[in-house]
Design a protein around this ligand. Structure first.
Ligand code: GTP
Ligand code: MG
Length: 253
């Protein structure tokens, strides 16, 4: 609980300091990776809130349309920090929001949504670090990303509470190396993927999907994953699926 409190305070602090607030969400799971409480907080403090739906390289145009419908009243920009797409549009929006005045931008979001990657793209080659201004948090780093725009160079990281491990693994908030029940996570993931886009799964692994269990068995057998006792190594197959998923190799949306 102590940790959660600290994290929240940190997030609120960077928001308090900013004029414009970027909430980074995973474009595949925009609702699951956004935080209503902090959004409301930012708006109540009169901040400009912009949702950055990152990893757009992992979704289709059709899926984008669906998201836009779901988020109808929110300002949202799709980005890929990996492909560096969407940043021209983002810079244009920042320009409009700042109205030619000096502004500070804060970034927050859940783990692994791509906050650091976005900050790095925004920093670019022509940016320069600036020392903290008097009157603001000491030790805070600022990056000048254009004449009037300062980026607060420390993302506010949110924490999930009471979310089961298999859901965290699905939305990349808990990495394959940290999950306790690898088979449980893979089972949950495979049943999710098979409902959304069974074809993508079958095409990626070249294995027919009939059930989660048979899929993991066939994958282990295909990859020649065996335990010391010469049984199929389902744990290893599970780890592979979760790892491929978390690396964005299986595109289902
Ligand atoms: N496919 C894809 N992967 C991305 C993109 N942006 C970031 N990633 C990957 O997502 C993972 C997390 O990226 P980070 O930038 O470290 O995310 P973060 O939000 O700073 O994570 P924390 O610091 O742990 O909160 C990394 O493996 C990145 O390579 C993107 O646009 N597309
Ligand atoms: Mg980071």
């Amino acid at each position: 609980m102590g940790i959660l409190y600290n994290y929240k305070q940190q997030v609120l602090k960077i928001i308090d300091e900013a004029d414009i607030v970027f909430e980074v969400v995973d474009a595949r799971f925009p609702l699951e990776t956004s935080n209503n409480y902090i959004e409301k907080y930012a708006l109540s403090k009169g901040k400009q809130l912009l949702i950055l739906a990152n990893k757009e390289d992992l979704i289709s145009v059709e899926y984008k349309r669906q998201i836009l419908k779901q988020m109808n009243n929110k300002k949202i920009v799709f980005l890929s920090a990996k492909l560096r797409s969407g940043f021209i549009k983002l810079r244009r929006i920042i320009g409009k929001l700042s109205k030619g005045k000096k502004v500070k931008i804060a970034i927050f979001g859940y783990p692994n949504t791509g906050k650091s990657s976005i900050i790095n793209v925004l920093k670019g080659r022509h940016s320069a670090p600036t020392s903290p201004e008097s009157g603001f948090t000491r030790g805070q780093q600022y990056i000048k990303i254009s004449k009037n725009i300062l980026l607060i160079d420390s993302p506010g990281i949110l924490e999930y509470t009471n979310v089961p491990e298999e859901q965290l693994a699905l939305i990349n908030a808990k990495s394959v190396d940290h999950v306790r029940d690898i088979e449980g996570c893979a089972t949950y993931l495979l049943s999710f993927i098979s409902k959304v886009n069974k074809n993508a799964l079958e095409e990626f692994y070249k294995i027919k999907f009939e059930s989660v269990d048979s899929f993991l068995e066939n994958l282990a057998s295909e990859k020649k994953f065996f335990t010391k006792g010469n049984n199929l190594d389902i744990a290893r197959a599970s780890r592979l699926v979760l790892s491929d998923w978390q690396k964005g190799k299986i595109k289902i949306f």
